[in-house]
Design a protein around this ligand. Structure first.
Ligand SMILES: Cc1ncc(COP(=O)(O)O)c(C=O)c1O
Length: 388
């Protein structure tokens, strides 16, 4: 990192997520290139990132955005606009819809994808003539090895497998949606398309769109963009009547920013040194514990280096497991040192307590006099404020 940038970033104090506009623009340019060359629609998956103050910029490059909840759809309506007059409606998909929210959700969506035929039957009358309806299907194939991120794992609740479908899809279904990739290559997508076609192409004649979900990491350095364009074009030439939609999240925000932190203390137990930071893995970088994955850190190695000094990195919450196994530093760490986690914008700010914009439960107090008192309920404004 250049010195001026480093000093600027630290002058604001820690902890801070810092999103770099120039890097975001680089990603957006690449994605726009794919969109134009392959003649596909690329939309932003809000589940990965919902800092809506950047939506005016992102909406200049991408064709729209996805929602998985009423909160996310509302955020798109309010902030993801081409201009004041031209509102963008959400491409909406949720594992199950909340009946009381459906009318509102339909009014904010251009596309509604159902996770099951049962959900489709429940809501099709409400949707008719207002939105384009789709069905998520499960190809029962994925290149993802971690079950937490594998929608095709055995017994998955996400999407109908082919065995649940009849000869024909219900006539009101305009599109199919698949999402089984995560940080994947174009070669994974090529394999997926082969499986998808072999199982589901018999339905393609009655559709007008296909949504290939997210997980296309097209902004990663060694991603083969030309190969991606090639396979999308081949698919299109076979089914020219189908509009192809991709809905990446990570790719849009890949490597566009960081999380800065400070060492608050260094403790030692059984010869293991832990630097306790003013950030928390469980609160601020949950994927580092859930995946689990090891983020890159400025001036530290994830791999063991003999002459370097190992420190576990400890979160500031009281959760026993809120730490990362040792990173290797060239010099001893001291209280007050800065630790910078790289690539910490996607799946961080969205992923704490309102992931996917899922409605936060209300909180009630049931008194010993058997009286229910509402302490707090949460609405869109709470979600909006959390996101920016
Ligand atoms: C249905 C759906 N679409 C898109 C995405 C975005 O995926 P990614 O951020 O890996 O591109 C996800 C991520 O979980 C998803 O579940």
């Amino acid at each position: 990192m250049d010195n001026k940038k480093h000093t600027d970033f630290l002058s604001i104090g820690t902890p801070a997520y810092i999103l770099e506009e120039a890097k975001l623009l680089q990603n957006l340019e690449k994605i726009k290139y794919v969109q134009e060359q392959a003649n596909v629609k690329v939309i932003l998956a809000l589940k990965a990132f919902a800092l809506w103050k950047t939506f005016p910029l992102i909406s200049k490059y991408l064709a729209g955005a996805t929602a998985s909840s009423l909160n996310e759809a509302q955020l798109i309506t309010n902030h993801f606009k081409i201009n004041k007059e031209t509102l963008i409606k959400a491409h909406t998909y949720s594992p199950a819809y909340v009946p009381a929210e459906m009318e509102d959700l339909i009014s904010k969506s251009s596309h509604i994808t159902f996770n099951s035929l049962n959900q489709f039957q429940t809501y099709i009358d409400q949707c008719k003539g207002k939105v384009s309806c789709g069905l998520r299907v499960n190809p029962e194939w994925s290149s993802v090895e971690t079950d937490l991120y594998n929608p095709s794992a055995k017994g998955s609740r996400l999407g109908e497998p082919i065995e649940n479908l009849k000869e024909q899809l219900p006539s009101q279904i305009d599109g199919l949606h698949i999402h089984v990739l995560c940080e994947s290559t174009s070669y994974d997508l090529e394999k997926l398309l082969a499986v998808f076609e072999s199982k589901f192409s018999r339905y393609f004649h009655q559709l007008s769109w296909i949504n290939l979900g997210g997980g296309h990491l097209m902004t990663q350095e060694d991603y083969d963009i030309e190969h991606l364009i090639k396979i999308l074009k081949i698919f299109q030439s076979k089914y020219p009547h189908l509009e192809i939609i991709l809905e990446p999240g990570s790719a849009v925000l890949w490597n566009v920013g960081m999380l800065t932190s400070t060492v608050l203390d260094i403790v030692e137990n059984n010869n293991i040194k832990t630097a306790i930071l003013d950030v928390s893995f469980t609160c601020h970088m949950p994927d580092t514990l859930e995946m689990p994955y090891r983020p890159n850190i400025v001036n530290a190695s994830k791999e063991k280096i003999e002459q370097c000094i190992p420190y576990r990195l400890g979160g500031v919450s009281c959760l026993a497991g809120d730490y990362l196994e040792a990173y290797y530093f060239e010099k001893e760490l001291n209280i007050g040192d800065t630790i910078i986690f790289k690539d910490m914008i996607h799946y961080t700010t969205v992923k704490t307590t309102m992931f996917n914009g899922v409605q936060h439960p209300s909180i009630y107090y049931y008194t010993s006099h058997k009286k229910l008192t509402k302490l707090r309920s949460f609405d869109f404004e709470d979600y909006e404020k959390r996101m920016c």
